[in-house]
Ligand binder design. Structure first.
Ligand SMILES: NC(=O)c1ccc[n+]([C@@H]2O[C@H](COP(=O)([O-])OP(=O)(O)OC[C@H]3O[C@@H](n4cnc5c(N)ncnc54)[C@H](O)[C@@H]3O)[C@@H](O)[C@H]2O)c1
Length: 337
């Protein structure tokens, strides 16, 4: 029988791409999402791109009763947990909300998985757990010293999951530390569609290029980087989804402790370099102004993806130009579901 995989946050940017990648690999995904940063309208796109019906459960991840019903109604064998709040700057002013949803959501999920006897879990963690390591290429053994509330909530969940696996060897857990998932599905049918103002660089650029916003605000040009703007490791969202599915396959086959793995391209690009790449993709100039630094930001964040290559045989296959081209195609198609 084809394996059912629950994708929490499966209507969101990363989760939706995970859903279609699961389908492409012969799994049957089920989505659970409260649509706080997405829309139920995504379902028809998911089904069109995945080529199969996708059950969608509308629920808060902290709702234990709804989770029990989901595990009762579907023969779920494993979970990819993407539901949560992701905005680093926002997390600084909303610690209660971030701990409640990111940590409380993981606790509720693990509780119900335990009751249902489902012990295979891939968790969408983030590069923000590393904080300001100062390293140009950070590997998984680098100290986790998050400087943002977002990063601290991710680290709490990571440690909780390691404790869980330590206490009960039945758990098979992968912690995927995503760097900057970006771009859109190459079909042009799926992409980043945040509710309200965009906070991530690629959707911001797309909206400026499309005339939906007047200018891009660059958050600081006095960072300790070659051109003074923040350096990030942008990795195509389809490559990220591929890494999640490989991580799931890996832990389902092997039981050798909790896997922690970076998912990044290994290349850093400054904000100014990304603007230039987006201008090449859309053929227009992007007006920009320099604004203040954002709270919780770090100068650079770039992955050493060697473990993903060694353990998952994964590497990013699409570069920054492909990311920008796909993000622009999605924007030209409306940029919304
Ligand atoms: N996009 C990034 O830059 C990035 C980088 C590293 C890690 N991550 C992590 O990956 C995960 C997914 O990120 P994304 O970019 O797809 O974000 P997203 O906001 O697009 O997707 C998250 C989804 O979770 C849902 N959600 C939020 N709170 C919920 C709740 N209480 N109950 C049920 N559903 C809820 C939202 O409606 C949304 O559909 C997040 O945990 C994020 O921290 C994202």
């Amino acid at each position: 029988m084809t394996e059912r995989v629950l994708v929490t946050g499966g209507a969101g940017f990363v989760g939706a791409h995970v859903v279609v990648e699961l389908a492409r690999n012969g799994y049957k995904p089920v989505v659970l999402d409260d649509f706080s940063n997405s829309t139920p309208a995504i379902r028809s796109r998911l089904e069109a791109v995945a080529g199969m019906p996708i059950p969608v459960i509308s629920s808060d991840i902290r709702d234990v009763t709804a989770l029990r019903t989901a595990f009762h109604d579907y023969p779920i064998a494993s979970v990819i947990h993407c539901a949560g709040l992701k905005k680093v700057a926002e997390s600084q002013s909303r610690p209660l909300g971030y701990y409640d949803i990111n940590v409380g959501g993981a606790l509720a999920l693990a509780q119900v998985m335990g009751e249902a006897g489902v012990a295979t879990l891939v968790f969408s963690s983030a590069a923000s757990v590393y904080g300001a390591s100062g390293m140009t290429s950070v590997d998984e053994d680098a100290p986790a010293q998050p400087v943002s509330v977002h990063g601290r909530t991710k680290l709490v969940v990571e440690n909780f999951l390691r404790d869980l696996a330590q206490a009960n060897v039945n758990w098979r857990i992968a912690i995927v530390r995503g760097f900057n998932p970006s771009g859109a599905h190459s079909s042009g049918m799926m992409g980043e569609a945040p509710r309200g103002p965009a906070t991530h660089l690629l959707p911001q650029l797309a909206r400026v290029a499309a005339g939906e916003a007047n200018e891009l605000v660059v958050c600081g040009d006095d960072w300790d980087t070659p051109d003074g703007t923040c350096v990030r490791d942008y990795v195509h969202v389809q490559d990220v989804a591929d890494a999640f599915v490989r991580a799931l396959r890996h832990i389902a086959k092997r039981q050798d402790g909790t896997l922690t793995v970076n998912v990044g391209s290994g290349r850093g690009h400054s904000v100014l370099e990304v603007i230039a790449a987006f201008e090449r993709a859309c053929g227009r100039a992007i007006p920009r102004v320099i604004g203040p630094r954002r709270s919780g930001d770090v100068a650079r964040s770039c992955a050493n993806p060697a473990r993903a290559a060694a353990v998952l045989e994964w590497r990013a296959s699409r570069d920054l130009d492909a990311i920008c081209a796909d993000a622009w195609r999605w924007q030209k198609n409306g940029g919304r579901y």
